[in-house]
Write a protein that binds this ligand. Structure first.
Ligand code: DGL
Length: 276
């Protein structure tokens, strides 16, 4: 039997590789990552947590986001998670170093895809849509300094956009107005590549394409992160031995309404349990 270190420094008695993989976000945005994880690792049991009761994260202090990220991680570890995917750019840039220092399981985060954007921009101008907290964070600035050489990276905070996704208002007039306000300045500055720097925004990709035109390149790092999840589990010998399809369990700190939204985004009726 394999064992793994718990966050308290002890060892779990269960077979570590058949434990579930935990995934969290401030809301339903992380489903844009979850669907890739499910596609690439169909036999893994997955636990998804939407911290909707404490969302949005994107306009909160780093301290607030870090506190929530620790709570969400602790909850997932209590459910036996063998690894945690931080399916939230804001939580990753503010908290992943702390999470890795506090807990023994692997943490895989998501950051705005500046590096892949460089590989595809023809105009040399890359636009990043993200939460204000992500754009302010030192980690994001490190990312730009590391990979943004030789191109211009224009950034745009997007207050209100995650809420439109949380209410499934993908093409509502208010969503169009907000996107117009956020996208137009980037396009006017010559951006031909738009980085979706928040996991909620892939659900708006069709509208972004409609508004920005077919030529625009849209960078969503959900697939790349999921491939990193596969590599991490494989390297640590944590891939499940199970042969059947894994179960997907949903939890939230928010209201009952989250169930309708998650069912719609997951494209099947799901039951969402309440975090005690
Ligand atoms: N989905 C989150 C992200 O990737 C943030 C949304 C929010 O809570 O503001 O940054």
């Amino acid at each position: 039997m394999e064992t793994m270190e718990s966050d308290m420094g002890g060892t779990m008695k269960t077979s570590a590789n058949n434990n579930p993989l935990g995934i969290f976000d401030s809301g339903v945005g992380g489903v844009s990552v979850l669907r890739w994880v499910r596609r690439l690792l169909p036999r893994e049991d997955l636990i998804y947590v939407s911290d909707a009761g404490y969302a949005p994260y994107g306009n909160r202090s780093p301290h607030y986001v870090e506190e929530r990220a620790i709570r969400m991680s602790r909850f997932l570890l209590d459910q036996g998670a063998k690894a945690v995917v931080v399916a939230c750019n804001t939580a990753t840039v503010t908290s992943i170093a702390t999470l890795r220092s506090l807990f023994a399981v692997p943490f895989i985060g998501i950051e705005p895809g500046v590096k892949p954007a460089l590989a595809v921009t023809a105009s040399g101008v890359v636009g990043v849509l993200a939460t204000t907290e992500t754009l302010k964070s030192p980690s994001f600035h490190t990312l730009i300094n590391r990979f943004g050489k030789g191109v211009r990276v224009e950034v745009q905070g997007c207050p209100g956009l995650m809420e439109q996704v949380e209410s499934l208002a993908f093409t509502a007039p208010k969503t169009r107005d907000l996107l117009d306000r956020y996208l137009t300045p980037l396009l006017e500055k010559g951006a031909d590549t738009i980085v979706l720097g928040c996991t909620h925004y892939p659900f708006l990709a069709p509208l972004i394409r409609e508004m920005a035109g077919d030529e625009i390149r849209i960078i969503d790092t959900g697939e790349a992160v999921s491939r990193q999840v596969c590599r991490t589990l494989a390297t640590r010998n944590l891939l499940t031995c199970s042969r059947g399809p894994g179960a997907v369990t949903f939890w939230t700190s928010g209201s009952r309404g989250v169930e309708t939204v998650l069912s719609s985004l997951w494209e099947e009726a799901v039951t969402v349990k309440q975090i005690p």
